[in-house]
Design a protein around this ligand. Structure first.
Ligand code: FAD
Length: 493
């Protein structure tokens, strides 16, 4: 049996942030990771690495990364004021996001980014994914101009180095299975370590071991029938273990347990994420084309908003379609606007020089109805509005069901390309209820459970139905720091 002041379960972004901030309080910390070292790092390692935080000025951005005078002169970074961030969170979650949690997330996001930088995380401007040249200036849109150098894998590496320097002990192949709880206080965890049972004792435990997205039985149980068929975009280790352990001792479930973040994902991608491909099985440029189901019909408003505000729920819409797939169809006018993920080697793609020639190539699709759908759509496109991909341009296709609200151009310029997608689940929204000051987990009667804290995906109450893109890593860092500081102080008091 090993003894520490504090045990952190998991080794993704939230866990490492918790471990580092607990070390800052002087606590001795063990990080327990279910995966081997090779597969460690959780979903954080698969992430694109773009991070959405509140900023109002270039000075705010300079707290996170270097921005040269030339970049300032030639760029429009936009803003993501606290008000804008709150608006996005509230709007997308249908006003259900927990007021306290969202306030912590938004108001502490910039300070936390700066704290990450102080721990050695290197950030760069997000030129690749969400910026374009407008009137000679580089315009960043979507309110997230900064990403981690090296993406999510880079983030985990930087934090890993910081944890090593700070003297955090990491145990791989160590899957936490239950909490040591005497009915009053959590005193450690039981684990399966390299195939054998073992026990770690501590004054407090922080669960930062993700949601249940990689567990098909739990997905079916909580998200609903059909969700067992989703592909997993990231780690195979997030099985809901932390949730199970906490619920077993009476922790309060909280948030949208039947909700999750899920996106369009290559139809023939592997069952779980592949770290060599990272997030590139995703297909996020559907706003410029049409989404077609097996009946040859459209089923969502592809241009309702920037993909940042629709992609996390449209995966679930794809899952609901017969056969759980959708083709994304584009013409050559938008080829240059398609994100880099459309040009990877492993992609399920067909091309043709006419819609009629494309139709029979769309595996599983009613070809005649597809041709009719495109005709009806083309006839509904407004010719009097100019296409502009850097704003919600109002160029719509109206009078059809569903409408397309923005970026609706006729599909009329060959060659036509189509990409087959299915639903890829990212993470689940349901979680545990925490104290806003310390990250301590509440029991079902809303009393803090002595010695138990949590952070990251396992925190419930922030996201419902939908999610503003690139909030997950910031949320993991903010609540990881909160729980690490809260638990660290408590064990050193
Ligand atoms: C493909 C993809 C792209 C993404 N892109 C972005 C992006 O660009 N920006 C953004 O903000 N977010 C992004 N996200 C979301 C983001 O990755 C997650 O929100 C975030 O990483 C969650 O962090 P976490 O620390 O809570 O969980 P994770 O990083 O998943 O860490 C959980 C850890 O717990 C471990 N674990 C699980 N069970 C146990 C157990 N029983 N015992 C011990 N250890 C256990 C796991 O192995 C893992 O190390 C993306 C996610 C994916 C999958």
């Amino acid at each position: 049996m090993q003894t520490y002041d504090l045990i952190v379960v998991g080794k993704g972004n939230a866990a490492l942030c918790a471990a580092l901030s607990a070390r800052d309080q002087g606590a001795s910390v063990a990080v327990l990771e279910a995966a081997s070292e090779d597969e460690s790092g959780g979903n954080s390692r698969f992430a694109g690495g773009v991070m959405r935080f509140a900023y109002e000025s270039v000075d705010d951005l300079k707290r996170v990364t270097e921005v040269t005078d030339e970049e300032i002169a030639t760029s429009d970074f936009g803003t993501n004021t606290r008000e804008e961030y709150f608006d996005d969170l509230y709007r997308l979650t249908s006003y259900r996001t927990d007021a306290d949690l969202s306030e912590i997330l938004v108001t502490q996001s910039l300070d936390t980014m700066s704290w990450l930088r102080s721990k050695g995380v290197r950030f760069v401007l997000n030129y690749g994914r969400q910026s374009g040249l407008v009137d000679g200036k580089r315009k960043f849109f979507g309110r997230m101009p900064i990403e981690v150098s090296g993406g999510g894998a880079g983030l985990v590496q930087y934090l890993d180095q910081a944890a090593g320097k700070a003297g955090v002990d990491v145990f791989y192949d160590t899957r936490a299975t239950s909490l040591v709880y005497d009915g009053v206080k959590v005193q450690g965890v039981r684990v399966q370590q390299k195939g054998a049972p073992a026990e770690f004792r501590a004054k407090a435990v922080i669960l930062a071991c993700g949601g249940f997205e990689a567990n098909p039985e739990w997905r079916t149980r909580y998200l609903g029938p059909g969700w067992e068929l989703a592909k997993v975009r990231g780690s195979r280790f997030n099985q809901g273990d932390g949730l199970k352990m906490a619920l077993e001792i009476g922790a309060a479930p909280y948030g949208n347990w039947s909700g999750c973040h899920a996106t369009g994902w290559d139809r023939y991608a592997p069952e779980f994420g592949d770290v060599n491909v990272g997030d590139q099985f995703q297909k996020h440029s559907y706003i410029f084309g049409l989404l077609i189901n097996s009946s040859g019909k459209r089923f969502v408003d592809e241009g309702w908003d920037f993909h940042s505000f629709t992609y996390a729920k449209y995966g679930g819409e794809v899952l609901k379609q017969p056969g759980q797939f959708a083709w994304q169809v584009f013409d050559s006018k938008v080829t240059k606007l398609l994100r880099s993920e459309y040009r990877i080697k492993f992609v399920t793609k067909v091309s043709a020089n006419s819609i009629e020639e494309l139709a029979p190539k769309l595996e599983g699709v009613d070809a005649d109805q597809f041709i009719k759908t495109v005709r009806d759509y083309n006839a509904a496109v407004r010719d009097d509005v100019k296409f502009d991909h850097t704003v919600k341009d109002g160029k719509s296709a109206a009078g059809i069901e569903p409408p397309k609200s923005n970026w609706a151009q006729k599909l009329d310029t060959p060659p036509f390309d189509a990409y087959m997608t299915t639903c890829g689940i990212t993470f689940t929204f349901g979680g545990l209820r925490i104290d806003r000051e310390t990250g301590q987990v509440f029991d079902v009667h809303l009393k803090p459970i002595p010695g138990l804290y949590c952070a990251g995906e396992i925190v419930g109450g922030l996201f419902y139905f939908n999610y503003p893109s690139c909030t997950g890593l910031v949320s993991g860092a903010v609540f990881g720091k909160l729980a690490g500081t809260g638990a660290g102080r408590a064990v050193k008091a």
